[in-house]
Design a protein around this ligand. Structure first.
Ligand SMILES: Nc1ncnc2c1ncn2[C@@H]1O[C@H](COP(=O)(O)OP(=O)(O)O)[C@@H](O)[C@H]1O
Ligand SMILES: [Mg+2]
Length: 398
């Protein structure tokens, strides 16, 4: 049997309080962002919190960038789509759950969001088309590092203007490094507005037409030399793109700082998700420092997938003798030894999780609630298992 006695009454009260605080966050904030390193349970946490708030009566939009079908499946949808989908109330009813509000899910399309941004900021329809049709733009919109993170925030910013939603849950991209997300707006501006880029633009600006032949002598020669290696057409495409994107500079820089500023407002809270693995906890602590340096609010920390430490058993001869008749034909002592070893392994893991949880509690301080969610025996694959996760996140009955 799992040994729960390791948690004293005080710790149990603290757990209850942490859940109540996360619950309050869910009731009071307009935007909740789940962040953390890959695979720790961000998507699961976002979906469970969204589901909980919707059941309690809110109109909730759960936005994800992670195209994993699992989120869709656990919400009862066959797949995640780019247009928002409503989770039918019958799916809740089928699980014996009452839905008082509304739950919608949506996947953010990076390329589409970027296109919309270009459409809004280009000065003329010609400039707009020039950018949208440029192969370099297409590459950048889909594959440049940080684009996905930035576009997630961009979309959030847009959706927030829609007063229909009481609560928006943003599940951040499955990046290995959670910090990528915070730094995305600055990085996007940096990439577009770097000295190297400016040099290119100056070189091409005067030409008016995107031909290498019309460039200033020095730049033209240099680029022609590079062109031998990279392909003349590619260079011309880059030139065309840079001139086009320059058109967006003012609007884009302003927009990025607006987007990153919006994440600092009082109605936004970050929920930092981590596993109890020591490296993940280290990263979560580092992330929480960065959040506060960036003046963004850490609303709560979720330690997901915590293992309980089972009580130790002593493999005595008496126990082996007791076990023997239940497993005829087996060596009871060996069997007991194997059981003992596997329980010991679990205990070591459970104790390590306990240590890591204490370390995290201590480091974030008492002002930030730290909520623990146990490792469930099954994968989180439907509304029922999702509601089990929710019941560990907030004080609510399943
Ligand atoms: N508490 C839990 N117990 C059991 N399985 C879990 C738990 N939390 C998450 N999972 C499973 O772990 C995997 C990763 O979770 P996910 O939410 O996709 O992580 P992330 O979004 O951070 O990459 C999924 O298969 C999910 O079902
Ligand atoms: Mg995810």
């Amino acid at each position: 049997m799992p040994e729960r006695t390791q948690l004293n009454d005080e710790a149990l009260v603290e757990r209850g309080q942490a859940r109540a605080e996360l619950h309050r966050l869910l009731r009071e904030k307009r935007v909740v962002v789940t962040a953390g390193s890959g695979g720790v349970g961000k998507t699961t946490t976002a979906a469970a919190l969204a589901m909980q708030a919707a059941m309690e009566g809110k109109k909730v939009l759960c936005m994800t960038i992670d195209p994993a079908r699992r989120l869709a499946n656990s919400l009862g949808l066959s797949e995640m789509t780019l247009d928002k989908q409503t989770v039918p109330a019958e799916l809740f009813a089928a699980q014996g759950l009452e839905l008082k509000g509304e739950l919608c899910a949506m996947m953010v399309d990076t390329k589409r969001t970027f296109d919309e941004l270009v459409e809004q900021h280009a000065s003329t329809p010609e400039r707009r088309d020039q950018i949208l049709e440029n192969p370099i733009y297409k590459f950048m919109a889909e594959s440049m590092a940080g684009t996905q993170e930035y576009m997630a925030m961009e979309k959030l910013h847009a959706v927030r203007q829609d007063s229909y939603w009481d609560l928006i849950l943003l599940d951040t991209p499955p990046t290995a490094n959670a910090l990528d997300f915070l730094e995305a707006p600055e990085r996007m501006v940096g990439a577009v507005d770097s000295p190297a880029m400016r040099w290119f633009i100056e070189a091409f600006q005067g030409a008016g037409k995107f031909s290498l032949g019309m460039l200033g002598k020095g730049a033209g020669m240099l680029l022609r030399a590079v062109g031998k290696f990279t392909g003349k057409q590619l260079l011309e495409e880059i030139a065309a793109f840079l001139v086009g994107i320059q058109d967006l500079f003012g609007g884009f820089r302003e927009r990025a700082s607006e987007v990153s500023g919006a994440l600092r407002s009082d109605d936004v809270a970050f929920v930092l998700v981590t596993s109890p693995a020591p490296a993940a906890v280290d990263e979560a602590l580092f992330f929480s420092e960065k959040l506060s340096e960036a003046d963004m609010k850490l609303g709560a920390v979720v330690i997901n997938g915590v293992h309980e430490a089972p009580a130790a058993i002593r493999p005595t001869d008496a126990l082996a003798a007791e076990l023997g008749p239940h497993f005829p034909g087996h060596d009871a002592k060996k069997l007991l030894q194997a059981m003992h070893q596997s329980l010991e392994d679990e205990r070591v893991r459970g104790l390590s999780d306990r240590n890591e949880a204490s370390r995290l509690h201590g480091a974030v301080g008492s002002s930030t609630p730290v909520v623990e969610v146990p490792e469930l025996e099954t994968d989180v694959h439907d509304l029922r298992t999702l509601s089990m996760i929710a019941s560990h996140l907030v004080n609510a009955s399943v």
